[in-house]
Every structure is written in C-alpha cells, then in structure tokens.
Ligand binder design. Structure first.
Ligand SMILES: [Zn+2]
Length: 395
C-alpha cells in the first residue's frame, strides 16, 4: 500500500516525521513482505529501536501481523512481518442501474463480489445493497471489517458527505451515508468514482514520483479525478474535475446535467452505443459489452462506432492537457479491455492539439472496473492511516 511519495520525504523527529516514518515502514512491509525487523531497519535507514516501536504500533492497529519465522544461515531466527490478511473493507461501486458490492483486503484483493440491481428509489436500492453487505459479513466471520467505501457516479460535498451532483443516477436527495452507517454500524466514506479510482492507483499501484496525474473514467458518463502537484484536488464543495460536463457543442444532444453537447454525450459508453445505432438503425438494443464483442468478431459498424467514441475521448483530453498538463493520463472503465482499439485512436486525436512541452503518457488502468472497487476500498484504508501527505486538498 503506497502511502507517501517517498521521493519527497525528509526524515525528522517531529510528529509529522514520526507519521511519515510509520508510513515508510508500512510501505516497505507491503512491498517486501514477509520481511524481518532487521531488514526493515536496513532498507529504511531507521534505527532498530524506532522500527520496533513503529511495528508494535502497526500490530496494535491491526495493519500488520507476525507470520512465519525465517531461517537465516546463522544467528537468531527472526519473526517475519506481513500485512494483516484479516483486515478488510466493504467496497461499493454504484452505477446508474446496478451496484457492485465486494470485500477487499489490504493487498487490494477481492474476496467476494456481488451485483445488486438499482432502481430510481434510493431507499429500496440502498436496502438491497445493505442486505448484500450483511450476507457477506456473515460469510466471512473471521475477517475484521474496518468500514465501507462507496464509489459514486457523482460528486460528494466534503463537508456534508452528501451527494451534490449525480445527474446519471436520477436519485432524489437522500442521505446514503447515514442510512448505510445506521444499518451496518460501520463508518462509511464516499467519493466520486474517478477520484476513488485515482486514489486506488496511488494506493495499490506503485507510481511513486509522479505528481501530476488525471484519471478519466469512461462508463455511462465521463468523470475525472485530478492529482496535481502531488495533491488530490477536490475544489470548492468537491466539484473540481467535471470536464465531462464542459459543452463541446451547444447545439448537441441534451445531457443528463441539463446542458447540451457535453463531452460525455460524445465520449461515454452510451455515446458509443448511439453511434452504433446510427449506423445500424434496425439492430436490437445491445449492451456496451456486446458492442465490444461485436467489434472483436469483425463487425465493421461496431468498430466504426467505437473508433468514433475513442476520437471524442481524445478530443476531450485536449482540454485536460491544456488545463492541467499532467505527465500521465489514466483511463478506467470497460473500454480498457479493448485498449488495442481505443488507445491508438485516443492518442492520435489528443496529440492533434498540443501547446508544446512533453505530451502525457496515456495509459489504461490495469483492472478496468475492478479499479473502481479498489478505489472504494482505498477510501477507508487511507482514512484509517491518518496520513497527511494524501489528505484531499481543497483548492
Ligand atoms: Zn452534462
């Protein structure tokens, strides 16, 4: 679990430095487990006694546990340390029509996963989600559930933790956090799906040293999470990063937000399906997965529709590159499973407009939709660490 940008860290003796030292030790355990205290001391450059103190604290907090005993060629046999497999969170990834509920451990592994259908009734939908969580809790009696992370197709007010902008969900005002907390008796942390995905990449994927990243989720809508100069950016009332709702064509089709011709009406998976329908008006209604499969099977209309969607994704990235100049743009969503198709088109279109300087790397997230679940899990794990380096900064 990556918690701090190690390239920026200066060791010291203040409270902040103690916390940073703790995060360095935790990161070394994550990356090298199982590992002895002596090796932790060697690799971190910290005193043996400091490492021992930190390890005791991490064991008390249940992050870390003692596992196997090593067999060195000579001398005392040290007890090795590893991340605590029993520490888990419930992760929820909400889409307009369904939610995925999963149990995720500290290593980012999914221990169980279930799909829950959602309706326009938030109370009934939430009950289905909590029923699923209760079932999972019963199925894993030995695990210690630390909290619930929820990834949403919308924005969350950092102050009130209520959803303030979720145009694709069509839910009336509803205190999702409070209802889940009351039913499950566990703390709930909510975040926009793109920001949660970005946090997951920062947490579970090792991208140390990169300080400017934009993550773009492409699903029913288009969302972005922004990591600029080493900080996650939430903006005033959590609304930063709504590039998906910048209008590219004021005469375009109506967007769920009420405007016309927003980027997401051209670049989302719904747009891909619309392009296919325009080329094949008599075709039956299909899902985006089916569209991807059709293209792979050689359907030229499906391939054309996806190419058009990819071009519009690339065109929107021009705005992001001009506004934020990231060194890496990560793309998440089902389209990553067809990256050989999307990647080159997106890059070609984005590169048509450059202001100079280095062009960013455009990369898919490794696990497609799983990234959103891991992001929801990272919300809880990060908060638990009390880490200041990753604190979401209000711009
Ligand atoms: Zn819009």
């Amino acid at each position: 679990m990556r918690l701090v940008d190690l390239t920026d860290v200066q060791l010291g003796s203040s409270e902040t430095a103690r916390r940073i030292n703790r995060d360095i030790v935790l990161e070394l355990i994550r990356a090298n487990q199982p590992i002895s205290r002596a090796d932790l001391s060697r690799q971190s450059g910290l005193q043996r006694s400091t490492v021992s103190q930190i390890v005791e604290q991490l064991i008390r907090e249940k992050w870390v546990c003692e596992g196997a005993v090593a067999s060195p060629p000579r001398g005392r046999r040290p007890t090795l340390l590893e991340l605590n497999d029993n520490l888990v969170v419930i992760a929820v990834d909400i889409h307009p029509k369904q939610a995925t509920v999963a149990v995720v451990d500290l290593k980012g592994r999914l221990l169980s996963r279930s799909l829950v259908p959602l309706s326009s009734d938030p109370a009934a939908s939430t009950r289905l989600m909590t029923d699923c969580m209760l079932r999972m809790q019963q199925e894993l009696p030995r695990k210690s559930i630390e909290g619930i992370g929820v990834s949403l197709p919308g924005r969350v007010d950092p102050e009130t933790q209520r959803m303030i902008f979720a145009p694709n969900l069509h839910w009336p005002d509803f205190d999702l956090k409070k209802v889940i907390e009351k039913t499950m008796n566990l703390p709930v942390k909510m975040e926009n799906a793109a920001s949660a995905c970005l946090l997951s990449e920062l947490t579970f994927r090792r991208i140390d040293g990169i300080r400017d990243i934009v993550l773009v989720t492409v699903s029913e809508g288009v969302g972005t999470g922004v990591y600029a100069s080493g900080h996650l950016i939430s903006g005033h009332r959590g609304m930063a990063g709504e590039f998906g709702h910048i209008s590219l064509d004021p005469t375009g089709i109506l967007c769920s937000c009420g405007q016309k011709g927003c980027w997401e009406t051209f670049a989302s998976c719904r747009a891909g399906l619309r392009y296919y329908k325009e080329l094949q008006p008599k075709a039956r209604e299909i899902t985006f997965h089916e569209l991807l499969n059709l293209a792979e099977e050689g359907d030229t209309y499906a391939a054309q529709a996806l190419a058009k969607q990819a071009q519009y994704i690339g065109r929107g990235l021009q705005m992001i590159i001009a506004a934020l100049s990231p060194s890496v743009i990560l793309v998440a969503g089902d389209i990553t499973s067809a990256w050989h198709r999307f990647g080159p088109e997106i890059e070609k279109e984005a590169a048509k407009f450059t202001l100079g300087g280095a062009f960013p790397q455009i990369l898919p997230t490794h696990e497609g939709e799983i990234a959103r679940l891991r992001g929801a899990a990272a919300l809880v794990f990060q908060r638990r660490s009390g880490n200041e380096q990753q604190k979401v900064e209000t711009a």
